[in-house]
Design a protein around this ligand. Structure first.
Ligand code: NAI
Length: 480
């Protein structure tokens, strides 16, 4: 007998282990479980076809099963070649009620260690709905699914996919190949799909940048909700999640003692703040690099040295990029580093560290220590240890953020999905953030789970501050 549905994961036999970890995670994800309870009967996502491109971890499994509990049909892929937890992927395919022989869960296309060709194949499968034109909504993390649909529709309308140029990254070249093939097979695939999409909800800073670019240039094809800039997302996941998962990645990769070392954190936004605190917590002396004087001043006030990378590159032991920019650490920098300096990136894409440039250094030798840990030996004998080939270290070398903080992020995702799916008339082709009431509500649920007791405004205090007793408590311009 054929499979009841198509999927591709590493090993369905890992499903039982995955299910056990999902069960433990559910207890740690009160935001998602409260939403399951609240919407179990009304099922606001009934009829939704959700395509998700977001790291296929245990926490994401709880998100996926929440979307299903709210009535949606779901297809999923990871948004990074190294970030899938294979046991979580297997458990989602099998589903809470299925068996390995008879999976009854959700089609997942993801495994740890995909090639770039496999990555875009998985993304395409996740967007392709058997018997339907495509998804009704997208959950995106970094914007790759949104990019594929937008470029596909754009090239299909123009009647041609541009030739791959030598300037293009290998990754972009593969994406162009996918579009060339799919448009040749079915010219209207991407335009029809784009027309059917009610909206995308975007998880991360880098994806949000891409969305605002599309909006500004008038090319955004459907409404978008910026989940990242919910306060209960970026001020928690990007910061406290990173504080946990950065050193988790470095430890699992290298087990080097962080105390007493000099660590450079490039970028002092939300993620950089979490990185610096994480490394300082282990006793490292942290140096921050920044381009923005405000963030640089924050770093100084927090007690970190602020310097230029070129001035400290010979003195540091650990380098972390957290900028969302490109070419922050170059091959020239790595040529000047100490022997066995650890180099890693925690920003969304792998171009923060010039890995292509490193590979091209004449006479350089790559020696793989274990998967996602490579020693690159320069001709002069010194080496650098590059983690996850420059892809996000917390998801490549460890398991990403822990459940509790992902519960705050994913509660925003679920509410954003309900918004775009159930209110298609209220959203234009623009980028929106969720209202502050929802943000405060998500925080409230997580406070309760931690046993914290919030103070309630008295009526006279509320009148004095001109605030509703039940919130929202801050104006939209407040920065937290
Ligand atoms: P952000 O915009 O708050 O911070 C980035 C900072 O880098 C800014 O302050 C900017 O001024 C600075 N910067 C830019 N170019 C620089 C350069 N050349 N040198 C030094 N500093 C520079 O962004 P956020 O939220 O901190 O995110 C950073 C990256 O991390 C993004 O790519 C985001 O998508 C990703 N991210 C990764 C997560 C993970 O789990 N690995 C979780 C959340 C976000």
């Amino acid at each position: 007998a054929g499979q009841p549905f198509d999927y591709r994961v590493a090993d369905l036999g890992l499903a039982e282990f995955g299910r056990k970890e999902i069960r433990l995670a559910e207890q740690e994800m009160p935001g998602l479980m409260v939403l399951r309870d609240e919407f179990r009967d009304t099922r606001p996502l009934h009829g939704a076809r959700i395509s998700g491109s977001l790291h296929m971890t245990v926490q994401t499994a709880v998100l996926i099963e929440t979307l299903v509990a709210l009535g949606a049909e779901v297809r999923w892929a990871s948004c990074n070649i190294f970030s899938t937890q294979d046991h979580a992927a297997a458990a989602v395919v099998v589903g809470p009620e299925g068996t390995v022989d008879e999976p009854r869960g959700v089609p997942v296309f993801a495994w740890k260690g995909e090639t770039l060709q496999e990555y875009w194949w998985c993304t395409e499968q996740m967007l392709t709905w058997p018997g339907a034109t495509g998804p009704t909504t997208i959950v995106d993390d970094g914007g790759d699914a949104t990019l594929l649909v937008h470029l596909g529709a754009e090239y299909a309308r123009a009647g041609a996919v541009p030739a791959t140029s030598p300037e293009d990254s290998e990754e972009f070249g593969v994406l162009l190949d996918v579009l060339r093939r799919s448009i040749a097979e079915r010219p209207d695939t991407w335009t029809t799909m784009a027309d059917g999409i009610r909206g995308v909800t975007e998880e991360t800073t880098t994806g949000v940048h891409r969305l605002y670019d599309l909006e500004r240039s008038g090319r955004l094809l459907f409404p978008a909700i910026n989940v990242n800039d919910s306060v209960t997302k970026s001020k928690f996941d990007n910061r406290y999640g990173i504080r946990h998962s950065l050193i988790d990645g470095i430890n699992r990769a290298t087990d080097v003692l962080i105390g007493g070392k000099v660590a450079v954190v490039c970028g002092y936004g939300d993620v950089g703040k979490g990185c610096a605190e994480s490394l300082r917590g282990q006793g490292a002396r942290v140096v921050v690099t920044e381009i923005d004087p405000i963030c640089a001043l924050q770093a100084v006030m927090d007690g970190y040295q602020v310097a230029r990378l070129e001035d400290v590159v010979e003195q540091a032991d650990i380098f972390v990029t957290a900028t969302g920019s490109r070419d922050v650490i170059t091959a020239d920098h790595m040529a000047r580093m100490r022997h066995q300096a650890i180099v890693c990136n925690i920003g969304h894409f792998d171009n923060e560290i010039d890995v292509a440039g490193l590979t091209a250094v004449p006479g350089i030798v790559r020696d793989q220590v274990k998967p996602q840990v490579d020693e690159w030996r320069f001709p002069d004998g010194h080496s650098v240890i590059l983690l996850s080939e420059g892809r996000l270290v917390n998801l490549g070398n460890a398991t990403g953020h822990p459940s509790f903080v992902m519960s705050t992020s994913f509660a925003n995702q679920v509410l954003a999905q309900i918004e775009v799916f159930t209110k298609p008339d209220q959203y234009q082709r623009r980028v929106y953030t969720l209202p502050k009431q929802l943000d405060e509500r998500i925080a409230r649920v997580h406070l309760e789970a931690l046993g914290a007791r919030l103070t309630t405004l008295t009526k006279s205090q509320a009148d004095y501050l001109n605030l509703p007793v039940d919130g929202p408590y801050k104006p939209d311009h407040y920065r937290y």
